[in-house]
Design a protein around this ligand. Structure first.
Ligand code: NAP
Length: 252
């Protein structure tokens, strides 16, 4: 290891939902810190591949639909066979469905809980078993402001992201003694496909911006530093923490 606590050289990271948005921003930051990246995506991930290869690191695309737990073991196996090891897992893939609580459908409940919480757990389980057998690693879950707050018209999303906070602490409790750090990043309002409807709504956009002390939407690249930190040796004694990267939203 180099003297740089944040150096990820020689490590391999799996990033889910890495074709766009926050996943792309985190994948690029981890590569810039030295890691090779397995990009898990159901859509074309060639843009992210180009960004990672531009840093001189290797990118492996693993095509998988994270609507079910079916690909979890395969993702770990393909990462290890393709890139030689697995040190870091970033559980980023997620969806949101909006409706009034009185109208919320079972389909919108199940779809969000399955991808955002169930698959996050079982992919962590598959990666965690590998990390335990190979001396440790780091797991970073992407939480939300709605890990802390209630939100409105997003019942299944709030339930899922509140659950992500709980699971982050549970897995840290179980695996801290196995040299695995488990933490979460809670992004504030970040300009991605996930928030396109909010950005397009003039009233909501203004209300959101008025409350963010930084006075702007976050960019996917704003999450990179937190991810590198939590993936690195600099965070080796940080466990079960949910790190808000929100331009000050929660401080208001
Ligand atoms: P995004 O641009 O919509 O990205 C979501 C990613 O998840 C995409 O790569 C998407 O793939 C992938 N994904 C969703 N369902 C999938 C499935 N069944 N199989 C495989 N991949 C799937 O939104 P984002 O804002 O970057 O979201 C990334 C994470 O950050 C999510 O967990 C989200 O909840 C969280 N987050 C976002 C914000 C924000 O303000 N943007 C705030 C807090 C938390 P496709 O492109 O193929 O759909």
């Amino acid at each position: 290891m180099s003297g740089n606590l944040f150096d990820l050289s020689g490590k391999v990271a799996v990033v889910t939902g890495a074709n766009t948005g926050i996943g792309q921003g985190i994948a690029l930051a981890l590569a810039q810190a030295g890691a090779d990246i397995a990009l898990v995506a159901r859509s074309d991930a060639s843009e992210t591949v180009g960004l990672i290869e531009g840093t001189g690191r290797r990118a492996l695309v693993i095509t998988a639909d994270l609507a079910s737990t079916e690909p979890c073991e395969r993702i770990v196996a393909e990462t290890v066979s393709g890139l030689g090891r697995l040190d870091i897992l970033v559980n980023n893939a997620g969806i949101i469905r909006r409706n009034d609580a009185t109208e919320f459908t079972e389909d919108d409940w199940d779809a969000v809980l399955d991808t955002n919480l169930k698959v996050l757990f079982f992919l962590s389980q598959a990666a965690g078993k590998h990390m335990i057998a190979h001396g440790g690693g780091s797991i970073i879950n992407i939480a939300s402001m709605l890990t802390f707050q209630g939100g409105i018209r997003v019942a299944s999303y709030t339930a899922s992201k509140s659950g992500v906070g709980g699971l982050t602490k549970l897995l840290a409790n179980e695996w801290a003694g196995q040299n695995i750090t488990v933490n979460a990043i809670a992004p504030g309002y970040i300009a991605t496909n996930n928030t396109a409807a909010l950005q397009a709504d003039e009233t909501r956009n203004r209300q959101i911006l008025e409350r963010i002390p930084a006075g702007r939407w976050g960019e996917p690249s704003d999450l990179g530093g937190a991810a590198v930190f939590l993936a690195s040796d600099a965070a080796r004694y940080v466990q079960g923490h949910i790190l808000a990267v929100d331009g000050g939203w929660l401080a208001r």
